[in-house]
Design a binder for this molecule. Structure first.
Ligand code: UDP
Length: 368
């Protein structure tokens, strides 16, 4: 007996956007999630008025007006601009790599002075076709920035040598010859006023949702509830790891409430040094310009992933990509299962990209 058109496994952004679009098109959906709440990794917990990003900081940014308008249907966004700072060997630097950073490193005051140093360092290391993250960083920004702000952070974040990591990861960070500390190049950026839960609640309005439901504990029965399954979990787990498990990077968060107004003066402070076990401290109230008398900070500790832990980042190196391709071939042969999101597509997606992908897949599926 089929009761729903779609069973959506995972109430993260992909699942919620798909469910919303399908419902709008007149289909019936049941959304399940193994966690006790919906929202996946964008879920926020309210601690005395401070929205705490429980699964890591999420800053919305996009260049696509359609995606921006889409999320703005559910919540108004504030004008937060992400401008993290990084501490390396006791000194503070602005990110992303820009004229402020170069001044802090070398005392250079003009773009010409900074460019001359960077271009000299790029020439000196002689990398032509960067094959890994280290080579990519050296050929993009030179050895000083690499050593001060990239190498140790990256190696503790990923638990691997920078020479073993794919080059694309570092291309996420802009390099600028202006005094502009905005971490993103995108036209639209902000934090939803009232938190991400507001967007999730808006997407799921009127849709049946069940939390604390583990799909794998009851896969057969649950799948029978609907004509099709939209699966947003780990693709290797879906196929019972038959080609071996894909690798992920996990995180551990240590949250502390402090009875003071302002702990670090910024939402994001990165810690580059390898001997400090966390990569960054997030002070959540600054995402929303909070005026509370208390504050909440989160230390983010990268961890090796095991099957019991949350998989936060796919490790998209060659071995894992080859393995993923085998799973992907299987998934493409499925008639009644749609795979989507960071874990099912084994892709280092940002929020705006997940929404775009869910809208695209929903459109195709719903013949719109
Ligand atoms: N990164 C770095 N130094 C920093 C911040 C980032 O070397 O201070 C590198 C690191 O390899 C990291 C990548 O840039 O994995 C992407 O960082 P981003 O902050 O975009 O990642 P996310 O917020 O998704 O963890």
């Amino acid at each position: 007996m089929q009761r729903y058109d779609y069973l959506i496994v995972g109430a993260g952004l992909f699942g919620c956007v798909f469910a919303h679009e399908a419902t709008k098109a007149g289909k019936t959906c049941l959304v399940i999630d193994k966690r006790p709440h919906v929202g996946g990794n964008v879920y926020c917990e309210n601690v005395g008025g401070v929205n705490v990003h429980k699964y890591g900081a999420h800053i919305f940014h996009t260049n696509d007006k359609q995606i921006w308008d889409y999320v703005n249907q559910f919540a108004e966004f504030n004008n937060y601009v992400n401008s993290p700072v990084s501490i390396s060997k006791g000194k503070l630097y602005n990110l992303p790599f820009n004229m402020n950073t170069f001044y802090q490193l070398w005392g250079t005051k003009t773009p010409e002075e900074a460019k001359a140093i960077i271009e000299k360092q790029i020439l000196e290391n002689g990398v032509k076709n960067p094959k890994n993250l280290e080579e990519q960083a050296l050929s993009l920004i030179g050895k000083d920035v690499y050593k001060t702000l990239i190498k140790e952070y990256t190696e503790k974040q990923w638990g691997m040598k920078a020479t073993e990591l794919p080059a694309f990861i570092i291309k996420r960070l802009p390099v600028r010859y202006t005094f502009d500390n905005n971490y993103f190049n995108d036209k639209y950026q902000g934090i939803p006023i009232g938190g991400y839960n507001k967007i999730i609640d808006g997407l799921l309005e009127g849709i049946e949702t069940k939390t604390n439901v583990d799909f794998f504990k009851n896969k057969e029965e649950l799948s029978k509830l609907a004509s099709k399954v939209v699966y947003t979990g780990k693709i290797d787990e879906f196929y019972n790891y038959k080609f071996g498990n894909l690798e992920y990077r996990s995180l551990r968060f240590e949250n502390t409430r402090l009875e003071k107004e302002n702990h670090q003066g910024n939402a994001v402070v990165n810690y580059n040094d390898g001997n400090i076990p966390y990569t960054r401290i997030i002070e959540h109230k600054h995402f929303e310009f909070g005026k509370q008398k208390h504050t909440v900070i989160t230390k983010e500790f990268p961890e090796q992933w095991t099957k019991e832990k949350e998989a936060y980042y796919p490790i998209n190196n060659e071995d894992n990509q080859n393995k993923y391709q085998q799973y992907k071939v299987l998934s493409l042969g499925e008639d009644n299962i749609i795979f989507g999101g960071r874990l099912a597509e084994y892709k280092y997606y940002d929020m705006h990209q997940i929404i775009a992908s869910a809208l695209q897949k929903a459109k195709k599926e719903l013949n719109q």
